[in-house]
Design a binder for this molecule. Sequence first.
Ligand code: C2O
Ligand code: CU
Length: 486
Amino acid sequence: MFDFVQSALTRRSFMLGAGGLAATATLPYATYGAKSPAELNLTAAPARWPLVGKPHPATDVWAYETRIPGPAIRLQQGEPVRITVKNELPEDTTVHWHGTRLPNAMDGVPGLTQKPIKPGESFTYEFTPPDAGTFWYHPHADSLRQLGRGLAGALIVEEREPVAVDRDVLWVLTDWRLTSDAQIASGFGNAMDAGMAGRIGNTVTLNGAISTDETVRAGERVRLRLVNAALARIMALQFEGHRPLVVAIDGQPCDPHRPEGDRVLLGPAMRVDVVLDMQGEPGHRYRVVDDFYEGRSYWLTRLAYEQKAPIRISPLDAPLALPANPLPQPDLASAERHELRLQGGMMGGGMMSGRMMGGGMMGGMGMDMPGMSHRAVWAINGQSMTGDGHAGMPPLLTVRRGCSVALTIVNETAWWHPMHLHGHSFRILKRNGSSIPHNLWGDTVLVPPKERVEVAFVADNPGDWMIHCHITDHQVSGLMAIIRIA
Ligand code: C2O
Ligand code: CU
């Protein structure tokens, strides 16, 4: 269940989590060097994990390798890997390697790209990550419950040349709806969550625990990899006394820039890599605040400076830009243009705290396919795919392989939607008609209520690819479709 390579990885992610000060380049990235392809095992099984900490009991979760989050898998750009997933859950599962451009058969969508992995069975995923960056993995079967019970982990693909930072730090952020005895609340997929903001929880963990302090050293430069692994919670992080520079979104490098209002916006499934120069005072603590939902801000943790002299006085003088990934540039002049209209949900609202106004649920939208447990309350261009999707669902779009595709995502609803495309990264071009600066790419784009966002990509990866909202309640209740590349 736990092979040697795996435990070396786990130990390393632990060191990082504990705030060890080893320089990036000296960490044992070479674990995989001995063997090509790298071999990993990942078992999904019920487990218990101390999410909240004493005096509360441990939480019954579903976990990879018995831990929350699952082990941080570190791969080398351009090096093949084989990951054998064993299913010890009481139901079917699959693993989706979110954001990784890989062959369709390895994409982990049950019924569409593979047979589900039955309890007691295994499946070996084989792929070669073309892009360096911060990605993640999670199930794509019974997504709401499986992700909501804890199945998720980071997938980090190392740059070929190490990046000049003092530390590479990973924060996997997870949101849980817990009962007072620290157990996962029931009620997955209820109509309120489905038609509104999704299953937003009451407990946000950082690397699997509630965090009050993350130790930092004055003067150091940290590459902080933020992963929003929540089912539904959108986050907007502010680092008191600090100015994060965004250097990558969804694993893909961008022009280093200060985010609007110095708030790092992270929809579910999104990753943002920031560079933080720790210019605070030794011995001081600075809060990291998430204030996305009006009137519901909280602090996630604090940057807790060690009582030690700064390791340098002025910020490290090294380039901030990450090396580019080999992404094909869409040709906007010749691109096929399509509109995806996001529809449905309860009316009004917008913010979680917003009142429901007027009409309530939009009924009877799209087709409610037989054998699906989730009601369709959302649609894309009038069509609703619910649950995990299923084989034989007609694609919403069919595109010839190699074409450039420009998608305008029009959010006609009163709710935010982080829209995710499988198998590709897209350029994020425009918001409400105006160009977006900083050369942004992504695999998940957050579309605010009543706004429109334009993205473009080269359809170079053949197969049937999911496109869906990553607020999991929305995904399973209709905000999902297929793009076929043939
Ligand atoms: Cu993160 Cu369809 O997935
Ligand atoms: Cu949504």
